[in-house]
Design a binder for this molecule. Sequence first.
Ligand code: SF4
Ligand code: SF4
Length: 439
Amino acid sequence: MLSFRGGVHPHDHKEITKDKKITELSPPDTLYIPMQMHIGAPCVPKVEVGERVLMGQIIGDSDAYVSVPVHASVSGTVKEIKKILLPNGSMSDAVVIENDFKDEPFDEHGKNKDYTKFSRQEIIKMVREAGVVGMGGAGFPTHVKLSPPEGKVIDTVIVNGAECEPYLTSDYRVMLENPEEVIYGLKVLLYAFGIKNGYIGIEDNKKEAIKKMQEKTKNEEGIRVVALKTKYPQGSEKQLIWSITKREVPRGGLPADVGVICVNIDTCCAIAKKFLYNRPLIRRIVTVSGSGIKEPQNFSVRIGTPFSYVIEAAGGMAGDVKKVIMGGPMMGIAQYDLNVPVVKGTSAILLFTEKELKQPNTDVCFRCGRCSYVCPINLMPYYIADAYRIGDIERCEKLGALDCIECGCCSFTCPGNAKPLSRVREAKRTILENRRQKA
Ligand code: SF4
Ligand code: SF4
């Protein structure tokens, strides 16, 4: 079974939603579409208050290369343009649209675009036009990923179907319900790079998805479906690349340094939708799960729908909810305001009661070394945490704090609940801040 060094085995809790088919969630009266749902420059609104917009119309864009346009996810009227809170805790301008419930499409929706008629540069341009970003949570613009630096030769494309975070089943459902779109998206990418070496990597706790994708790809030249050992963080880019190709992305390097491009399942579908139906990215699949929700679901949600609306559509809260997280429990972001909108990176909304959160509040390091044993990057989190505690930032840097992928394995495994990740993360921020100040 393909795997990597380190990692942990949290209970996956996927049984809660794995059999829940993707349901199209009807959009709300008002949608809040942020101008920044990606890494890079924020978009500037391209519409005015009172203007009528159509579904799929560009409502925000930027001239910066590292940025993607933002589209209206419904048709309606622009009610306001204002700053709103995002699920990652930052503030962003947002176009507020009053839905007219007509879903009147912009441009030529439904028109099939044969990708083999386009050059690589045209394909990359179309991916940008569709507003496609990494939908595993990072939000990195996909067109930038598809444009590796001069001299880097890409020979492999990996579709990340690991979905290693507990509770999440949105990618799993997509593989079962829309395998053709995943394969089509991968074929577009292979064609763009002129190569025939594509992998779809799936953890072996998703046997039905492996079977389905193997069936659907059996006549596809150069596409292989590979089973990965169920272990967190199998879906982390560097770990996935190592598991499948045994190539090691160098410290501070990119997958392109070892000839690989990795894309998420939903990202692959977003690329396919652009070429199959000329549709931009205006929806995403969201798992709603945890002990704090009445009817766990997998929804297809319009971008800009408030979390509170999604939670109500899933029957509302159950019991005494103590924590709401966007994304998985290992790397997700805790929320303090449920009016935040679903963004391109919202893979899940998880609601937890006391049952899931109970932990001894000891904050003690026993020097057991478990955090180091499980760290997939070979770091020594307790040493970094110690150095940070006494303010020795130079030593934190020497110990490789910047290489931490913030997977949370160290904190998960720590018997003393010493939260080593929190200190490693703080050390990373301090190192970067010091560098900025020096510059
Ligand atoms: S931080 Fe936790 S896991 Fe790491 S050595 Fe200390 S007690 Fe062990
Ligand atoms: S130090 Fe960073 S990379 Fe290593 S286990 Fe902790 S969070 Fe993961």
